[in-house]
Design a protein around this ligand. Structure first.
Ligand code: PRX
Length: 657
């Protein structure tokens, strides 16, 4: 197991249990555990009931067609995701309800009602159509956390274009790779976005990427702060680039929502895997929306008067399912914030919670650990009395952080839903139901009603400690990897003999209550501050530097980020290790992939520990990085290499980096 952030013994000793707080269940949307049995009794009928809460232009004929590993949900049905997120709320009192309350990092505020959002999404959808975007075309979105990010996604959905959102923290190189893989026709970006008081020059990055992306015909640029001339010195390229506000100016505010087949693709989202090339995870329309909608409603107990805030970035799956599609399909009011949690001070999140009366708050364990580090005096300064439910996602939450979150943010009144899921699963899979489940710090508890999860050992036998597997299709499951059927089958559906069993890539335990304790990835994927990073991606970026001959990257336990990137690097002939080179390599990785992948430690070594067949033994490098006793070294070609490396690592203190 690669990530051993939480020692298993600690978890198994964790016997604190938290039943739903007083009064919570009475008011909750679901408080009867019978929902689990009802879903089990006929899971297709159960999911069909959920789908029935959406608006369909044409009813489906069949709930599920399962030809492993390909599932088709709600076949024959037609619907539009943007219609479900907007239009259907316009007939009643929700039309004037705040859909989106947005605050920029500098403190500027914009509020969109459902009516407002519908108008602007329709205009942008018309604008995109004018640019020649048609159903099935791909549109890349590279934006900061501004309302236009959600609007762009919904505008694509409205006309049936497939969006590919690329996290604004990714480098030009990563952006170009994603655009090229999906052959996107249009890019929507911004002149900049605020982060810790600085303006991130997104358009400049995009321009750099655009030199290598022949498929892009047009670039739509959101003016965020009008800072092109001021900060980035880039301009709009005539004929290719245009301002977002010019594109939508005077454009009709009505736009027919394209009736989409349930199985039509809604979006592709790239995520790291075990090779250097990110995977374009493809999601559907009907099934995806059904599960995003259902889980948002039940897991967050989302009610009409809630003010819901998910702190993720739209560049990740959490932003797709739990900022945009799930909450809007539910007609919720949500908060969106552009900037950093510690700008201009470490109480910014709590200030926002107080200001907008946030009731449901969903964040990542890495953020909770940062809050812990900053001290409880920050949240203590604010009135968090409106909060009633807290959520966690992205990595295992250590019981200590869970309990801190419960005490200092939830003030011992709010249930915590620790939600396990992935880019590939599209929506939450294992989670408490806050009005039903007795929670346990560090456990995501039980599969959501209708979901079936099990642990298997290597040979496919059920076990209490092993690989997490999903053993039945679910509506929001990934439909493929963009352009790579082979990789889709190989990565997720080939671990065991039965081709209908999904291999999640995580290791887990199940306890006597049937609670799942997810421990982390079992493949070469790191989880750095809740972001998935493939070790081989970082290795390729390092080897791409002219001084580097070979590199091996492993995860190292980090108190705030969960894991940090540690790199072992062999230099080319004639290149000498130096502190400057460490910095140069760190910068290089940030430039090639993005700052999130920057190695925290780099250790130079003349050799790397290899098996006789030449395979780098990362397991041993992990032992070194973690300062542990070395595991079995008998299969090494030269056991001295690793001993020397361990000594040098210890001598160098922080590994020379
Ligand atoms: O290792 C698991 C971890 O995050 C991985 C999925 O990452 P990503 O596709 O980027 O999606 C993150 C947001 C859904 C999983 O394979 N993970 C996610 N949530 C949890 C978790 N590990 C433990 N507990 C969780 N609640």
């Amino acid at each position: 197991m690669t990530s051993a952030e939480i020692p298993l013994d600690d978890l198994l000793r964790e016997d604190r249990r938290f039943p739903p707080p007083e009064g919570f269940s009475e008011r909750a949307l679901v408080s009867d555990p019978a929902v689990y049995e009802e879903a089990e009794a006929d899971h297709e009928a159960y999911w069909a009931r959920w789908a029935g809460e959406l608006d369909w232009f044409e009813p489906w004929e069949k709930v599920l067609e399962w030809d492993p590993p390909h599932a088709r949900w709600f076949t024959g049905g037609k619907l539009n995701v943007a219609y479900n997120c907007l239009d259907r709320h316009l007939d009643g009192p929700r039309r004037n309800k705040a859909a989106l309350i947005w605050e920029g990092e500098p403190g500027d505020v914009r509020t969109y009602t459902y009516w407002d959002l519908h108008r602007e999404v329709s205009q942008l959808a018309n604008g995109l159509r004018e640019l020649g975007v048609k159903k099935g075309d791909r549109v890349a979105i590279y934006l900061p956390m501004v309302p236009e990010a959600a609007i762009s996604m919904l505008a694509c959905a409205r006309i049936g274009a497939i969006h590919s959102v690329v996290f604004g923290g990714f480098s030009p190189n990563s952006l170009a790779d994603r655009i090229n893989d999906a052959q996107a026709k249009v890019l929507i970006t911004a002149d900049g976005g605020y982060r810790r008081g600085n303006v991130i020059p997104l358009k400049r990055n995009a321009d750099d990427a655009l030199e290598r992306t022949p498929s892009i015909e047009h670039v739509v640029v959101v003016a965020r702060g009008w800072n092109i001339a001021r900060t980035t010195q880039t301009s709009l390229k005539p004929g290719r680039d245009l301002w977002y506000h010019d594109l939508i100016r005077g454009v009709p505010t009505k736009c027919q929502a394209e009736p989409m087949e349930a199985e039509d693709h809604l979006f592709v989202l790239y995520t790291s895997g075990t090779t250097g090339k990110p995977k374009g995870v493809v999601h559907s329309t009907g099934g995806y929306l059904t599960q995003a909608y259902a889980t948002t409603k039940w897991v967050f107990d989302l009610q009409e008067d809630d003010v819901y805030w998910c702190t993720a970035d739209v560049g990740w799956i959490t932003g797709h399912s739990y900022i945009v599609y799930g909450p809007l399909a539910n007609g919720a009011t949500m908060v969106m914030y552009e900037g950093a949690p510690d700008f201009p001070h470490r109480g910014r999140f709590w200030e926002l919670c107080e200001k907008y009366g946030v009731t449901v708050f969903y964040t990542a364990p890495t953020a909770v650990r940062a809050f812990m580090k900053w001290g409880e005096e920050w949240p203590a300064r604010y009135d968090l009395g409106q909060l009633r439910l807290l959520g966690s996602v992205g990595e295992p939450i250590n019981p200590e952080a869970w309990v801190w979150y419960h005490r200092h943010i939830g003030r011992d009144r709010c249930p915590i839903v620790d939600t396990w899921w992935q880019t590939e699963t599209g929506a939450i899979m294992i989670t408490p139901l806050p009005g039903v489940t007795e929670t346990a710090p560090g456990s995501a508890t039980r599969p959501f009603p209708g979901i079936r999860a099990t642990l298997f050992n290597e040979s496919g036998e059920e076990t209490r400690s092993g690989y997490l597997a999903i053993t039945r299709p679910w509506p929001s499951m990934l439909r493929g990897i963009w352009g790579d059927e082979e990789r889709f089958r190989k990565t997720y559906w080939s671990k065991w003999e039965d081709p209908g069993i999904y291999f999640a890539g995580d290791g887990a335990k199940v306890d006597d209550d049937g609670y799942f304790w997810v421990l982390g990835r079992v493949d070469d994927v790191l989880n750095v501050a809740g972001h998935r990073i493939g070790t081989s991606e970082v290795e390729s970026a390092l080897v791409d530097h002219p001084a580097v001959a070979e590199a091996a990257v492993v995860g190292k336990t980090d108190p705030v980020k969960g894991q940090a990137v540690a790199a072992f690097v062999t230099l080319r002939e004639g290149k000498e290790p130096s502190a400057e080179l460490v910095v140069a390599l760190q910068t290089h990785v940030a430039e090639v992939i993005g700052a999130i992948a920057r190695p925290q430690q780099i250790l130079f070594s003349a050799d790397l520990p290899k098996t006789r067949s030449g395979k780098i033994m990362r397991r041993l490098l992990r032992d070194i990085a973690e300062g542990k006793a070395l595991g079995d070294t008998t299969t090494l070609a030269d056991p001295n290499v690793v001993e020397r490396l361990k000594r040098r690592y210890e001598e160098s203190g922080n590994g020379g980096g």
